[in-house]
Design a protein around this ligand. Sequence first.
Ligand code: NAP
Length: 313
Amino acid sequence: MATMKAVRIHTYGGPEVLTYEEAPLPEIAADDVLIRVHAAAVNPVDWKIREGYLQGFIDYDLPLVLGWDVSGVVEAVGAGVTTFKPGDQVYSRPNIQRDGAYAEYIAVKASEVAFKPKTVDHIHAAAVPLAGITAWHCLFEAGGLTAGQRVLIHAAAGGVGSYAVQFAHWKGANVIGTASARNRDFVLELGANQVIDYQTTPFEDAIEPVDVVFDTIGGEVQERSWQVVKPGGMLVSIVSTPSEEKAAAHHCRSAYVFIQPRADWLTEMAHLMDAGQVKSIVETVLPLSQVVEAHHLSQSGRTRGKIVLQVKE
Ligand SMILES: NC(=O)c1ccc[n+]([C@@H]2O[C@H](COP(=O)([O-])OP(=O)(O)OC[C@H]3O[C@@H](n4cnc5c(N)ncnc54)[C@H](OP(=O)(O)O)[C@@H]3O)[C@@H](O)[C@H]2O)c1
């Protein structure tokens, strides 16, 4: 059996269950492409799945390769694939119900794959798909954000927030972000009009109501966010389902989003990156073999931009 290096979990648990080992080379179906992984980004969902939080929602057959953000080169294509060929440089946020990208190779449905931005390397391309699709979905599809509207983006310095700020700014919205003091200038440089230091200033005391709140934190941050949504506005969360009763009481709408692969949006994002409108922020690059450290960093909740695992030099 052909094998590859991969990071798998054989049981749910702490970072110690991450096992860097030989694993079977993925087989491709007729509608799949086989990607030689150059880089795989780390997202909070990786350690949440590692800890077993999604059991009951997704029933995995262990062992499982983690990591659902990839940039690499097409190695082979299934018999039914006409959109890609070996040698194409691509990126993807693949279906999280299958083995992920902490590996030398990953099989992905061709419909979930896009050509990567030409002007950035694999490390920076891998940092885009999951967080970028999330920000795009919440701001534009669920949030309906348009030019001239006001948006509050919580955790504006994080993986999702750093794309959300840039996309909202590109759209022509007035962007308010929350971040700690050390990230204030960083978030302003991404295009925010105002940054609130959430550690010293309650955001609900600092701003006029907004058209869209993008909740990336949940809990009491979501609760306090109702106070700043305009009547007719929208609260979108990626952490927990907002109360319909509270939305009705505040005369606004709400949504919980759990993202799915969207190659069409990845193509738009690649164009924005190649046009210099959006950049990929990578704080830390580690080799695949140092995945345990990458998970500790991600779980600290202090990441600025993204953490990326380099799989191929
Ligand atoms: N439902 C979905 O489809 C979906 C998709 C993607 C992500 N998510 C979830 O969304 C959450 C955010 O993901 P992410 O990748 O952006 O995480 P991340 O990159 O780990 O976020 C880290 C950032 O959060 C900031 N932060 C922490 N506490 C904060 C607070 N109370 N107020 C404001 N900022 C705060 C930190 O900034 P400071 O250091 O300045 O505090 C840091 O920059 C995670 O729970 C993730 O699982 C869900």
